[in-house]
Ligand binder design. Structure first.
Ligand SMILES: Cc1cc2nc3c(=O)[nH]c(=O)nc-3n(C[C@H](O)[C@H](O)[C@H](O)COP(=O)(O)O)c2cc1C
Length: 484
């Protein structure tokens, strides 16, 4: 068998092997054996870092070595300024935030930091040349411009700002910046006189008009002895935080500070210790509303009848069986800003609930007397004090849907009714989809005038999100008619 002399391999391959073996704490020979074994078994690690085959090196993710999978990726352009050393720390700060970083160094940047240091920190190949046959065989500069979620330029030199503001593309960095459709975050760093120069002022104003986001520069001491002023690049942490805000913008929480009460599921009305009267409600719609309200920032209390669903995260859930228990928990949850009654509460319960299991007798069937359950929706909607500012009921009907829902709204004294057709053919009861109509009193209209908003068929989650969006808009508008 032929033997392999590592010394005689290409320089790029040797560098790759040396760095990879050091990282994996193996000898170079052992690393070659591992690579060959994995190749034969079809599970080789991507040959990413350090400039080996371009197809693998430029696009394959290397995050296998880090436990957390990156959630976002940044192309970091490092310009030729003293502050380039801070970009080494920036790479680490971004990676800490589960951001994959691919770096581009301008020719001038390579006077301040080495591609080797940058690639060792980013665990990626570093890009320096627009006319690099290894990465341009498939338009590498376009991939660097677009196969990322954000472009960060740090330090953004006066020269790079001028090129970007004026649409130059005569090197890799400026070509990427011109070819991108991603947001660009610029961290300028330069001497205060360069920063205050009329040309830089014009370029910065133009770049802001073009949609670039600037972080810094800060004021402070310059590298040049005795010079101080505005021009210091922002610290790596500040730039990483600004990048993170652009990559993961804060989720809007329109119901923050609001308390929302939701009921869901059926109720079980006992006949005796082992039997009960129930209905087919699955609780899915109410649970989805609870999850959507929680996601919108509300403090959510969910009072649920017996269901086969996991409690939504971040929601206080009170589990009950009967309508009377449900009313008790609903009253205990007041005051709330919004109450949504999605539970299918049994209208009746057995008056003569057996203390022992009812037995078959020759006298025939035991007579079951039914009495009316408390009407939870009407009770809360008609409260003199502690009435929630927005009370929403559900009307599950099998016929005359809209008319029945309108009269329910008037009868119960609530603000909106979400009406849905639950006849067996619709599959709504227990199913995952729902077709609803949102019925409300018209703003400023006389009694008996209603607005009807019919929504297309949607999943119960989508219905929940839509309803919560209407609630959020209305609660902030302080109006009772759903803001559309
Ligand atoms: C020691 C030294 C430090 C420099 N520092 C900066 C700087 O902080 N900001 C800047 O805009 N230019 C600085 N320059 C000038 C840039 O390196 C020069 O304009 C270069 O062409 C920028 O190239 P680039 O924009 O392609 O990286 C510096 C030059 C030298 C020699």
């Amino acid at each position: 068998m032929a033997s392999l002399t590592i010394r005689k391999l290409d320089d790029a391959v040797k560098t790759y092997l040396r760095l990879r073996s050091a990282k994996n704490r193996r000898s170079v020979e052992e690393e070659v054996r591992v690579i060959l074994r994995e190749l034969i078994e079809g599970r080789e690690e991507p040959l990413t870092p350090f400039a080996v085959p371009p197809a693998a090196s430029s696009s394959a993710p290397t995050q296998q070595r880090t436990s957390a999978v990156p959630e976002a990726s940044v192309t970091l352009i490092i310009g030729g300024g003293i502050a380039a050393y801070k970009s080494l720390d920036l790479i680490r700060r971004l990676k800490e935030r589960r951001v994959e970083v691919r770096c581009v160094l301008t020719k001038a940047a390579q006077q301040f930091v080495t591609p080797l240091a940058v690639s060792a920190l980013s665990h990626e190949r570093v890009y320096t040349d627009l006319f690099d046959p290894q990465s341009e065989f498939d338009a590498g500069h376009i991939r660097l411009a677009r196969d990322c979620d954000l472009i960060v330029v740090a330090p953004a030199t006066a020269d790079l700002l001028a090129k970007l503001a004026n649409g130059h593309a005569d090197d890799l960095a400026s070509a990427i910046l011109l070819a991108t459709n991603r947001k660009v975050l610029l961290a300028p760093a330069m001497n205060p006189l360069m920063w205050n120069n009329a040309a830089t002022r014009r370029n910065v104003a133009q770049l802001q008009r073009d949609g670039a986001v600037l972080i810094g520069p800060n004021s402070g001491e310059m590298a040049e002895a005795g010079e101080a002023g505005i021009g210091r690049m922002s610290e790596a942490i500040e730039i990483a935080n600004a990048a993170e805000r652009l990559l993961r913008p804060p989720v809007p929480r329109p119901l923050a500070g609001k308390r929302v009460l939701i009921t869901a599921g059926p109720t079980h009305e006992p006949i005796d210790p082992v039997r009960y009267i129930a209905n087919r409600s699955s609780g899915k719609q109410g649970f989805a509303i609870a999850a959507a309200a929680q996601a919108a920032g509300a403090e959510v209390i969910l009072v649920s009848g017996p269901v086969d669903l996991d409690d939504p995260q971040g929601v206080t859930v009170k589990h009950v069986e009967s309508a009377r228990q449900m009313l008790e928990q609903v009253q205990a949850a007041l005051p709330v800003d919004v109450a949504i009654f999605a539970a299918a509460v049994a209208d009746w319960r057995v008056a003569n609930e057996g203390e022992q299991k009812l037995k078959k007798t020759s006298a025939g069937m035991p007579p079951l007397q039914l009495v009316e359950n408390p009407d939870i929706l009407a009770t809360i909607a008609k409260l003199a004090d502690k009435r929630p500012p927005l009370v929403i009921g559900f009307a599950a009907e099998t016929e005359h849907l809209i008319d029945n829902a309108k009269s329910k709204l008037a009868r119960k004294g609530c603000d909106w009714i979400v009406a849905n057709d639950v006849s067996p053919a619709t599959g709504v009861m227990g199913g995952d989809r729902n077709t609803v109509h949102l019925i409300s009193r018209k703003n400023g209209a006389k009694d008996g005038e209603f607005a009807v908003d019919s929504w297309p068929v949607m999943t119960k989650e989508q219905v929940a999100i839509e309803l919560v969006a209407h609630v959020a808009r209305t609660v902030t508008d302080k109006s009772r008619e759903p803001a559309s």
